[in-house]
Design a protein around this ligand. Structure first.
Ligand code: ADP
Ligand code: ADP
Length: 232
């Protein structure tokens, strides 16, 4: 069964804008699934529903066979959905290990931070997922590509099984993009599922096993990539 399934999901915002209309598609476990579409197509709205930031107006989101409405990102996170934000959630004045261990809502002063344990946690994650980072580096000293890597590790440290990447290549050079793709393919081998949001159908061809194309809030194509390349 699919890891996540959108079943005839529609979303109308309070001002009357119809962002999604009867959108249906499935994200299979272990896939790199791309969502493509131009600005305004509904990609962010779809992602927000999957991450508990918006509620569908109708239709249902089915997670591993169970109809689900996520109340918040925390709720989505508890179900194994992890977000790699386009604008990162890292605190620049803290180290990599501090960011990963303290999570998304750090209670500064409210936690006793065990530096050695944090370093071990980060080392364990790096080894497990083949993503090398220096746990003691200050986030502010890292390149954007490296910060994105830390974001990915942070999501994985919260037991994410489905990683959402929202336009992740927008901030990367071509070489860094290539590295990101290799990283995602390696994660796929570890059983991590990826939802890759992009407005460039061309760039996902090399990466995704499945693609859903959105146009004006509707699915205009959903197929194995080789079948849609002519449609571009
Ligand atoms: P994309 O991510 O593909 O650019 P969005 O999901 O952001 O698409 O937007 C889909 C449509 O919904 C657009 O017409 C956009 O202007 C509209 N929209 C997005 N967010 C809101 C909102 N909070 N209120 C009203 N309209 C919105
Ligand atoms: P705790 O330390 O209590 O586990 P966190 O602050 O790490 O809590 O986050 C709680 C949950 O909410 C996590 O499962 C996380 O995935 C999710 N979450 C909250 N905000 C975000 C966010 N901005 N981006 C990604 N995940 C988030």
């Amino acid at each position: 069964q699919p890891l996540a399934e959108f079943k005839q999901i529609s979303k109308t915002y309070p001002n009357g804008t119809v962002a999604l209309s009867e959108v249906s598609f499935s994200i299979e476990a272990g896939d790199i699934h791309a969502i493509c579409g131009e600005n305004g197509a509904g990609k962010s709205t779809l992602m927000k529903i999957l991450f508990g930031l918006e509620r569908p107006s109708s239709g249902s989101l089915v997670i591993e066979g169970v109809p689900t409405v996520f109340a918040s990102p925390r709720d989505a996170g508890a179900h194994g959905i992890g977000m790699v934000h386009q604008h990162f959630s890292l605190l620049p004045s803290l180290t990599v290990a501090e960011n990963i261990v303290l999570g998304y809502e750090p209670r500064i002063g409210g936690v006793l931070f065990d530096r050695r344990k944090a370093r071990k946690t980060v080392q364990g994650l790096s080894d497990r997922y083949g993503l090398s980072v220096d746990p003691d580096a200050l986030v502010s000293s890292l390149s954007v590509a490296m910060q994105q890597k830390v974001e990915i590790l942070k999501a994985l440290s919260r037991e994410a099984r489905l990683l959402i990447l929202d336009e992740p290549t927008a901030v990367l050079t071509p070489v860094e993009t290539e590295e990101l793709f290799e990283r995602l393919i390696a994660l796929k081998r570890e059983g991590v599922t990826t939802l890759f949001i992009s407005h460039k159908l061309k760039e996902v061809r090399a990466l995704a096993s499945d693609v859903t194309v959105l146009r004006n809030g509707k699915v205009s194509g959903s197929a194995a990539l080789r079948d849609v390349t002519d449609a571009e």
